[in-house]
Design a protein around this ligand. Sequence first.
Ligand SMILES: *[C@@H]1O[C@H](CO)[C@@H](O)[C@H](O)[C@H]1NC(C)=O
Ligand SMILES: *[C@@H]1O[C@H](CO)[C@@H](O)[C@H](O)[C@H]1NC(C)=O
Ligand SMILES: *[C@@H]1O[C@H](CO)[C@@H](O)[C@H](O)[C@H]1NC(C)=O
Ligand SMILES: *[C@@H]1O[C@H](CO)[C@@H](O)[C@H](O)[C@H]1NC(C)=O
Length: 318
Amino acid sequence: MSVVFSSFLLFFTIITKSADSSALHKDEYNTRITIFLKKFRKITVKALGEIANTLGIKTLNLRNGDPCHLGILKFDDAQNPESTNSIICDCTFNDSTTCHITELKLKTLSLPGKLPPELVKLQYLQSIDFCRNYLSGTIPMEWASLPYFTSMSLCANHLTGPLPAGLQNFKSLTFLGIEANQFSGPIPDELGSMTNLTKLHLASNQFNGSLPITLARLVNLKDFRVSDNNFSGTIPAYIGNWFGVQRLHIHASGLKGPIPEAVARLKNLNELRISDTTGINVFPILSSGAIQTLTLRNVGLSGPIPSYIWSMPNLKNL
Ligand SMILES: *[C@@H]1O[C@H](CO)[C@@H](O)[C@H](O)[C@H]1NC(C)=O
Ligand SMILES: *[C@@H]1O[C@H](CO)[C@@H](O)[C@H](O)[C@H]1NC(C)=O
Ligand SMILES: *[C@@H]1O[C@H](CO)[C@@H](O)[C@H](O)[C@H]1NC(C)=O
Ligand SMILES: *[C@@H]1O[C@H](CO)[C@@H](O)[C@H](O)[C@H]1NC(C)=O
């Protein structure tokens, strides 16, 4: 497959050069372009076919043309008219002469297969959303070689095992969403090397152990969710390093109080949700004027609510 792919690139180089030097008659040039496009489509469609097969898609109807011909291939779903499932292709590469698939959205389709290592054949892929299927196995390390891969959304599937070693190789990832799977074991230290992460959703798995100190380096985080796990240790004080953080969800995570004083430094915090834990004896001092939701449920806190809370301008839920 990769051999075919490189020979197609080579072919493209040749036609471009010939066209530049006007060596080809216009008709001949157009014919070659058509051949090139056909070849391109065949390759894309073949890769998509393999990907579909691994995901457990029984039939991927590409009869209306491949997604790069249409710009976007939207899947109609009679059962779910709201569905936004689609394959998105960007045709603006090389002065709009080249198309590449950049996004795959295949949600709520009960897909029974596995995560396809074959995604690496779509080298310009930026984003996948495979939420709410029955996909099993784990995250293929092959994906780490996708240079533009920024968003991985795999929520509500049947993924299992520990998070694979080598996660730090997913350098450009800004969103890692693996909520509601059956991942287990500790959070690997390497996760702290993924410093481009802005959203990290780990909730509703069976993770245990304490959160590694390396996560202190995730200074671009805006949204951090670890609810419903079996972590040990306390809520780490380094969350105060995450200057831009807006959401912290720590319901029934296993992490114990106290709430680190460092939360007072988080000026953009708008949701702080902590529940079902112990060790929180003091109401946190918050300075973020952005707070909209503050949940402190079943944490054993008693005594009066400090009066500063009532002057928070945006607070909607307490
Ligand atoms: C643009 O064209 C060049 C020359 O044909 C090719 O090597 C390169 O991969 C193309 N770029 C993209 C983004 O497809
Ligand atoms: C963050 O992403 C950019 C762009 O993809 C990449 O060049 C850079 O190496 C990444 N940073 C880290 C620390 O991986
Ligand atoms: C995490 O859970 C596994 C079983 O899934 C267990 O073997 C291991 O000892 C646990 N680790 C900690 C730190 O609790
Ligand atoms: C969570 O971990 C504790 C030990 O740290 C263990 O006793 C308990 O069974 C675990 N709970 C789950 C749901 O795995």
